[in-house]
Design a protein around this ligand. Structure first.
Ligand SMILES: Nc1ncnc2c1ncn2[C@@H]1O[C@H](COP(=O)(O)OP(=O)(O)OP(=O)(O)O)[C@@H](O)[C@H]1O
Length: 533
């Protein structure tokens, strides 16, 4: 008889250098169910998944106890390959696709089907040819299962970002023995309408008997699709509830240990008409997020939102202004023309950026939290330095000031860590994100660009972060441009929201504008409607 649970992780303990991060955690997942794993930043979700996948970081650091049971049999998963052979797959948050290859080639990567040719018959299997018809058939089957209508021979480069996630999934389900799929924040890069499609695909897979472990900070998604939910806090189980028992309040309360207030509408309306930043005919070459001849004025003292579907260019705007991707056009800060393609000059002009790509351009992972917070300011703005033995020409780090400031940032942003000297790599993903925010704030910018500020951040920290942006805006008059895939988040804090479509501004809407206007703008149809009126 088949086991009741496909996966059991029983009493899992994990210690990192004496810090107990899992204190006897148990999760159980039935075949064909969607099981959500939720918890605030640093609760231990990724560590638990790293154990399930036999990741080297777990075994190289030791301190692990507990039992993993798959299909009723205890298993020892000491490498990702073992996990894969056991039928455990992972849909990554960052796409791991080869852009120049076709959809089929990406789906079949490393598992290509081959057939004999005259040469291989003589010289051996290593010279066999690819069996393209058979590979394409498999790829088409996987795409069809996901309800995806796309030609499998198209190259991946140039596909909308929403599609890329599906190709990742197709690659996993094409593996014949797949039994359990882990989705780690799969919708973080998707706008809401695209996320809905992904949730539908998860339901289709579950209906076919694949068990799904779903990690997300978007609790509305948990309520929409999860059959059951395990809640972790501080490395321990704090709750197991079924779909019927769950609601937003009880999950959030279990996660945080207290009531979480919902984010409330705080937009103040733009009073100031003075232009802080004027973007003229800017084009940005950023793969997957091209900006084409965009014109946009940011008013002094406002919080401006940048919304739009994935791949339409909203992410490219801040990256272009800050010089991280090649840009052309003109940008004026007040009356002065900003140097393009020069991140250092942008920072010297009192602009700062919290990138959506915290791993790529974000952090020095093997350096302390306090150095990450301070480094850019010290290098570019010359802050947190003092003269060496009173000699002004020789500057050295002002350790006391650095420590005081780091401690304040850790407190203000609730960065969960052992202290300012902790190595940043050892923080959970959400807490690393907060360090990125702290670093940008330390530059004391006049204009702050923040991309996907709450991606990967738990519901309690999310409120804290959005409240902080509003506070910086209201109390210090900081002009803020927030790019986000979560429209509701933008609507809760922005004074105006610019919707980007096809690399340019489709509409600028009030946060209270009807949903239908946002829908039209995101689909690139708002200007048609205007023309028709
Ligand atoms: N490589 C590591 N070395 C030392 N400590 C680590 C390491 N990775 C994670 N930790 C610690 O383990 C704890 C749990 O982190 P984990 O990444 O599992 O949390 P999480 O629930 O996935 O958080 P998030 O939602 O922010 O991704 C944290 O306190 C973190 O600092």
């Amino acid at each position: 008889m088949a086991a009741e649970y496909l996966l059991e992780m029983n009493n899992i303990v994990k210690d990192y250098f004496g810090n107990k991060v899992l204190k006897g955690v148990t999760i159980k997942v039935r075949p064909g169910e969607i099981h959500a794993l939720v918890g605030e930043n640093g609760a231990g979700k990724s560590t638990l998944m790293n154990i399930l996948f036999g990741m080297p970081v777990i075994y190289s650091t030791g301190g692990i106890k507990g039992e993993v049971v798959l299909d009723g049999e205890p298993v020892a998963i000491e490498s990702p390959k073992t996990a894969m052979n056991l039928g455990i797959g992972m849909v990554h948050q960052e796409f791991m696709l080869l852009p120049g290859f076709t959809i089929t080639e990406n789906i079949k990567l490393n598992r290509e089907t081959t057939k004999h040719n005259p040469v291989s018959k003589v010289l051996g299997d290593s010279l066999k040819s690819l069996d393209m018809p058979s590979m394409r058939k498999d790829a088409q089957k996987a795409l069809k299962t996901l309800g995806m209508n796309v030609d499998d021979w198209l190259p991946v480069a140039g596909l909308p970002v929403g599609y890329m996630q599906f190709i990742e999934i197709a690659r996993e389900i094409d593996k014949e023995n797949i039994k359990l799929l882990v989705f780690d924040e799969p919708t973080a890069v998707l706008a809401e309408s695209e996320a809905d499609k992904l949730l539908d695909a998860m339901k289709i897979l579950a209906a076919q008997g694949i068990a799904i472990l779903f990690i997300t900070h978007r609790l509305d998604e948990v309520l929409a699709v999860a059959d059951s939910i395990t809640v972790l806090r501080d490395g321990a189980n704090v709750g197991f509830i079924t779909h019927e028992e769950a609601n937003l309040e009880n999950i959030a309360e279990m996660m945080i240990g207290k009531n979480v207030e919902r984010i409330v509408q705080t937009a103040k309306g733009v009073q100031n008409q003075e232009i802080a930043l004027s973007i003229r005919n800017m084009s940005v070459t950023m793969p997957g997020e091209m900006v084409k001849n965009i014109n946009l004025d940011v008013k002094r003292g406002e919080i401006l939102g940048l919304a739009g579907l994935a791949g339409q260019g909203k992410i490219g705007v801040a990256n272009g202004v800050m010089g991280l991707y090649p840009a052309t056009g003109e940008i004026y800060k007040g009356k002065s023309l900003l140097a393009l393609n020069n991140p250092k000059k942008a920072i010297q002009s009192k602009l700062a950026f919290v990138s959506e790509d915290r791993r790529g351009v974000g952090l020095l992972l093997d350096t302390s939290i306090e150095m990450n917070i301070m480094m850019t300011n010290m290098q570019i703005r010359g802050g947190f330095l003092k003269p060496f033995l009173g000699i002004k020409a020789i500057q050295m780090a002002d350790d006391k000031k650095i420590r005081e400031h780091a401690l304040r940032m850790i407190k203000d942003l609730d960065i969960r860590c052992t202290g300012p000297t902790q190595i940043t790599r050892r923080l959970s993903g959400g807490n690393q994100q907060k360090v990125c925010v702290a670093r940008a704030l330390t530059l004391e910018p006049e204009i702050l660009f923040v991309s996907e500020p709450t991606r990967g951040i738990d519901i309690g920290a999310k409120k804290l972060l959005l409240d902080l942006l509003v506070k910086l805006n209201r109390e210090l008059g900081m002009t803020i441009v927030v790019t986000s895939s979560e429209l509701s988040e933008l609507r809760s804090i922005c004074d105006r929201i610019a919707v980007v479509y096809g690399g340019t501004i489709e509409a600028i809407l009030s946060p209270t504008a009807p949903d239908v206007n946002y829908g039209l703008a995101m689909a690139g149809k708002y200007s048609d409607r205007e023309a028709a009126v």
